[in-house]
Write a protein that binds this ligand. Structure first.
Ligand code: AMP
Length: 280
C-alpha cells in the first residue's frame, strides 16, 4: 500500500494502476462502517484508493474540527489489512492552497435537514468530493447510507455535472444494539452511549408502522419524536423527517417502497448523532 500526501505524487501513482478503480473517501478515525465500504470496493475493482482528509470546509465555525478524532497509524494499518492499494492523505493546504475560491453549490438539496443545522456543510462536502473525483478519476465511488442526505447530494452532483462515475451506496453498519457506527460515537459518555440506541429504535418504530400500512408521514415523524422523547439524555431533537430519497423533499404520504427515508438528528450533550432508514 502506498501512502501519498501530495497531488503530483498521487497523479504519478495512479497512472499505472489497473482499472476499474474504486474510491473510498473518509475523514479517518476508521471503524467497521468505513471498512464495509473498503471491502465492497475491494470486491468490485482492480484498484482501491482510500482517502483520509478531515475536510475543514464542511465544518461550521462552532463545530468539532479541531477535536475530530485522528489516528493516522491505526487508520493506515486497517486500510493495509483490507487490501487498499493507495491512500491519499493530503494536508489542508494541499487541498485548499492560498487563493482557493471555487465552490460547488448544491442548491436546495443542501439547504434542507442537515443543511438547516449545519449551514454550508454540503457546499464543503460537494466541493471536496468533486476535487477528489477530479484528482483520482475513479470508475466507482463508495459512500455509506448512514449519511443519507450526503448520498443524495453526491448523486445529484454526479448527475448535474455529468461526472460519469458510478456511486455505490453501502448499507449502514451498526453495533449489536442498533447504534450506527460513527467516529463521533467516541465522544459519548458511557451513559449517553447506553442511551444512544434510542435513535435506531425511533427509526425502527417508523419502519414498522409503515410496514403495517401507515402511510401518513406526519404520523411517522410524530411517532419517532415520541420515541426519542422517552430518553432523558436526548438533549434536543434537531429533526425527525420523512423525506424523498432523491430530492430530500419532506413528504406528506409514503406510498412506494424504496422511495422514502426516515431520518433523525439528535444531540446527546454536545454530541450530535444522525441516522436514517429507507422504507422498503
Ligand atoms: P466519514 O469518515 O464520517 O466522512 O465517513 C466516510 C464514509 O463512511 C461516508 O461515506 C460515510 O457515509 C461512511 N460511513 C460512516 N459510518 C458508516 C456506517 N456506520 N455504515 C456505513 N457507512 C458508514
Amino acid at each position: 500500500m502506498r501512502v501519498v500526501t501530495s497531488i503530483p505524487n498521487l497523479s504519478t501513482r495512479l497512472d499505472s494502476l489497473p482499472r476499474p478503480l474504486g474510491l473510498v473517501p473518509t475523514m479517518g478515525a476508521l471503524h467497521d462502517g468505513h471498512l464495509a465500504l473498503v471491502k465492497r470496493a475491494r470486491r468490485e475493482n482492480q484498484t482501491v484508493v482510500a482517502t483520509i482528509f478531515v475536510n475543514p470546509t464542511q465544518f461550521g465555525s462552532q463545530e468539532d474540527l479541531s477535536k475530530y478524532p485522528r489516528d493516522r497509524e491505526r487508520d493506515l494499518d486497517m486500510l493495509r489489512e483490507h487490501g487498499v492499494d493507495v491512500v491519499f492523505a493530503p494536508g489542508a493546504d494541499e487541498m485548499y492552497p492560498p487563493g482557493f475560491d471555487t465552490w460547488v453549490d448544491v442548491g436546495v438539496l443542501g439547504d434542507r435537514l442537515e443543511g438547516v443545522h449545519r449551514p454550508g456543510h454540503f457546499r464543503g462536502v460537494a466541493t471536496v468530493v468533486a476535487k477528489l473525483f477530479s484528482l483520482v478519476r475513479p470508475d466507482r465511488a463508495y459512500f455509506g447510507q448512514k449519511d443519507g442526505q450526503q448520498l443524495a447530494v453526491i448523486r445529484r452532483l454526479v448527475r448535474d455535472l455529468n461526472l460519469g462515475l458510478e456511486i455505490v451506496a453501502v448499507p449502514t453498519v451498526r453495533d449489536p444494539d442498533g447504534l450506527a457506527k460513527s467516529s463521533r460515537n467516541a465522544y459519548l459518555t458511557s451513559s449517553q452511549r447506553q442511551a444512544a440506541p434510542v435513535v435506531y429504535r425511533a427509526l425502527c418504530r417508523a419502519e414498522s408502522l409503515w410496514s403495517s400500512g401507515v402511510r401518513d408521514a406526519e404520523r411517522l415523524r410524530a411517532e419517532m419524536k415520541a420515541v426519542l422523547e422517552t430518553e432523558p439524555l436526548v438533549e434536543s431533537i434537531d429533526y425527525t423527517s420523512v423525506a424523498d430519497v432523491e430530492s430530500m423533499d419532506e413528504l406528506d404520504q409514503v406510498q412506494l417502497s424504496g422511495k422514502a427515508m426516515v431520518l433523525v438528528a439528535v444531540r446527546f450533550g454536545s454530541t450530535r448523532l444522525i441516522d436514517n432508514v429507507i422504507l422498503e
